[in-house]
Design a protein around this ligand. Structure first.
Ligand code: SAM
Length: 367
């Protein structure tokens, strides 16, 4: 499957699309350097060389020349973009007009197969960050700053009012908040195995969601691999936003020992991801569906895990999400050649979203 914008991405030089005059490759590197020096300022971060070398080896093999362009974006935080997800529980008409004045526009169009009117997110092509809101006791935040690609798994899940939903790996809670912008689930179960991160998750929810709704949310700190056995066939929708090699943040690891350890343990992630998915399938009602997502480009943690699931479970079938990809292909760049039930968002200049892998599966009804 190929998407028209992904093909254009290959043909159009990145700096030109970002509104900077096109220069051949060498000069482009110089222009990047210059722009980087001007704008990096307070975002100064150090690349972790051992992680870069490791990615270089793996992703050159898996993605060829495409990796070079992705690497340029990942290595330059000054060109990263931030989407603004509005909080429907704390609406502000002034905020929306201020965003439009600053050149922001809605990230998602009505041509999407699923886009609730309460779900509003703004982006703009240029880099830079809208100021973050501080937590104020007794006051809900008006918006959430995030990577726009992290909203695609939520839109792919298509939660409807009254459905029972499990967010299996929920902290720090960006996607849980996004689910609640879309619909009012019947039961909403947020699980996070790490106790400290679970506190962070609760704080996020308290900053965005009013109390009458928070009281309807169930929080747990279980190992997600056990939930399927503890709550079999209980949910209509399950989100598995899995622990993964987070390509963006790993590149800027400041602790070399920790980075080395993570790289050594990287191979074990696929097995954890498979087990989380197995648990999610067990937790789904027949006829229910799940979305699996990661923020890595790694094939071993993405397509390979999903293919193994599809080969191991006869009661699970892939769901075509290519319609969603087509509807957002103006704002997001995708890797070509993926299967219809999966997408890989690739960061590029002016559309610096992702990496984000998304796959959707359905548990078949028993006859
Ligand atoms: N969905 C979150 C969001 O949008 O803010 C991000 C989730 S993050 C990619 C993955 C999370 O899974 C981490 O918070 C990690 O602590 C948690 N995790 C790791 N192993 C887990 C397990 N066995 N069961 C449940 N959660 C786990």
């Amino acid at each position: 499957m190929r998407f028209p914008r992904a093909a254009a991405w290959v043909l159009l030089p990145p700096l030109q699309r970002a509104g900077v005059a096109f220069t051949p490759r060498r000069a482009a590197a110089g222009a990047l350097e210059e722009l980087g020096n001007k704008t990096e300022g307070k975002h100064q971060k150090q690349i972790c060389q051992i992680v870069l070398d490791h990615f270089e080896k793996q992703y050159t093999t898996e993605l060829g020349d495409t990796w070079t362009r992705i690497r340029d974006v990942l290595m330059h935080p000054w060109c990263w973009q931030y989407a603004i997800l509005l909080n429907k529980f704390s609406q502000s008409a002034e905020l929306e007009s201020a965003l439009r004045v600053k050149g922001y526009h809605p990230a998602f169009q009505e041509s999407l197969p699923y886009l609730p009117s309460s779900f509003r997110c703004y982006i703009r092509r240029t880099h830079g960050r809208f100021p973050a809101q501080k937590h104020q006791a007794g006051k809900l935040k008006e918006y959430f700053l995030l990577n726009a690609a992290s909203l695609l798994p939520v839109l792919a899940l298509e939660v409807k009012d009254g459905e029972d939903v499990l967010d299996l790996c929920a902290a720090p809670g960006g996607k849980s908040v996004a689910v609640l912008q879309c619909a009012y689930p019947g039961q909403f179960h947020l699980n996070e195995s790490d106790v400290l991160r679970s506190r962070w998750l609760k704080q996020t929810i308290e900053s965005f969601i009013p109390y009458p709704f928070i009281n309807l949310i169930m929080f747990s700190t279980l190992d997600g691999r056990q939930i399927g056995d503890l709550k079999p066939e209980l949910y209509d929708k399950v989100l598995v936003d899995a622990p993964c090699s987070n390509d963006r943040s790993w590149l800027f690891s400041s602790d070399i020992q920790q980075a080395t350890l993570r790289l050594r343990q990287r191979k074990e992630l696929s097995s954890l991801q498979f087990q989380l998915l197995r648990s999610a399938i067990r937790a789904l009602r027949p006829g229910g569906s799940l979305v699996y997502s990661t923020c890595t480009l790694s094939k071993a943690e993405n397509s390979d895990v999903i293919n193994l699931i599809l080969n191991s479970f006869t009661n699970v079938t892939p769901v075509d999400i290519s319609g969603m990809a087509k509807a957002v292909s103006w704002e997001f760049a995708f890797l070509g050649g993926m299967q219809q039930h999966e997408l890989l968002v690739l960061p590029e200049y002016g559309r610096a979203w992702g990496p984000m892998y998304i796959a959707k599966l359905k548990k078949m009804k028993t006859i």
